[in-house]
Design a protein around this ligand. Structure first.
Ligand code: SF4
Ligand code: SF4
Length: 331
């Protein structure tokens, strides 16, 4: 379940470690389609694809250039969007008008994943994503469940912000290179023209334009992308590295129960702490005794629990902290 190339390699370079695989988000047998899924079972067809994705110009070019027969059905979904002209500009396929309003309605009615009123146009009849290899940074970083609970979610949220900025900044950069091969004298005016659908000599040859954008993109290293994205992207990348370090870093010296902020509990000793849809199973005896974590130093609390016959091993303690059943305490 890797990220699209070269995002995966860039993130490994940024974080210095392999990416979490989020194997609890079992898309082949959707974890949220189970009858007892917390918060309500997801729709068996649309699942979490109740959303129309933005596709940046260089990703469009990569999809068009992908001649793998297995990708053909997905490519056809993109060609249909291109032919409609809806949201089309030299920057790619934007989400506009009715699609944006439909998504806002899904969020407002809290029916994300549970409604088939909105379905991604690239979601194939057999449930696969038609553009999986070239999906955008939002699709690539959303998971219903996280191995490292809240710490995993925070890592992916930071990654999503960074990749979305990559897609914005690099989208403008490659479009400028293709539209103005001799260089734009006024970059701001050029960007405005691109935003306002000035195709120049590419009018009527939009697919060729996107293929050329993809070629510009393929030549970029992460170091070059960092330069293109300037200080804003560099700050976002540092946050990704910080969030990755947080996932694997040492436990806080003091922890306290976070019960007041939990979303709730479920049968089977499942606790919904940081998330309303991602539970953690906590042994029943420990669940009863969690208030012992009252901000004292962790070894002291563990010794007290052990005296009462409750053993908390290192893995369970890490999970309790990661899922925010327990949170760091001041002191
Ligand atoms: S990420 Fe989406 S498809 Fe995958 S298991 Fe979760 S809800 Fe289901
Ligand atoms: S692009 Fe793929 S992953 Fe993203 S919403 Fe559509 S079908 Fe789902």
């Amino acid at each position: 379940m890797g990220l699209p190339s070269p995002y995966e390699d860039w993130l490994v370079a940024i974080t210095g470690a392999p990416l979490p695989r989020e194997e609890r988000a079992t898309c082949h047998d959707c974890a949220m389609c189970a009858p007892d899924a917390p918060g309500g079972t997801f729709h068996p067809v649309t699942r979490c694809c109740t959303y129309v994705p933005r596709i940046p110009n260089f990703m469009l070019g990569r999809i068009l250039a992908d001649t793998d027969p297995a990708a053909e059905e997905g490519r056809a979904t993109v060609l249909r969007r291109l032919a409609s002209g809806h949201g089309l500009s030299p920057l790619g396929l934007e989400v506009v008008g009715a699609d944006q309003a439909a998504y806002e309605k899904v969020i407002e009615e809290q029916s994300f994943g549970r409604s088939d009123e909105l379905r991604c146009p690239h979601h194939l009849s057999d449930g696969r994503c038609g553009i999986w290899k070239h999906r955008n940074g939002i699709c690539a970083t959303w998971f219903c469940r996280h191995e490292d609970g809240a710490l995993g979610e925070r890592f992916w949220e930071a990654t999503q912000r960074m990749l979305t900025e990559v897609e914005r900044a690099v989208g403008y950069w490659v479009a400028r290179r293709v539209r103005y091969p001799a260089g734009a004298t006024d970059e701001q005016a050029a960007d405005e023209a691109l935003f306002n659908c000035d195709w120049g000599p590419w009018i009527g040859r939009e697919e060729d334009f996107f293929l050329a954008c993809a070629r510009e993109f393929e030549a970029l290293s992460w170091a070059r992308v960092r330069q293109i994205g300037q200080r804003h992207l560099q700050t976002l990348a540092r946050t990704v590295a910080d969030r990755a370090a947080e996932r694997t870093g040492p436990l806080p010296v003091r922890l306290r129960s976070n019960r007041a902020d939990w979303h709730g509990t479920l049968p089977g000793d499942r606790v919904l702490a940081y998330s309303a849809i991602d539970p953690l199973v906590v042994p029943a005896d420990l669940l009863e005794a969690l208030e012992a974590f009252d901000g004292r130093r962790v070894p002291e609390v563990l010794a007290e629990l052990a005296e009462g016959g409750i053993e908390v091993d290192a893995d369970l303690l890490r999970a309790l902290r990661a899922f925010e059943v327990l949170v760091p305490a001041e002191g």
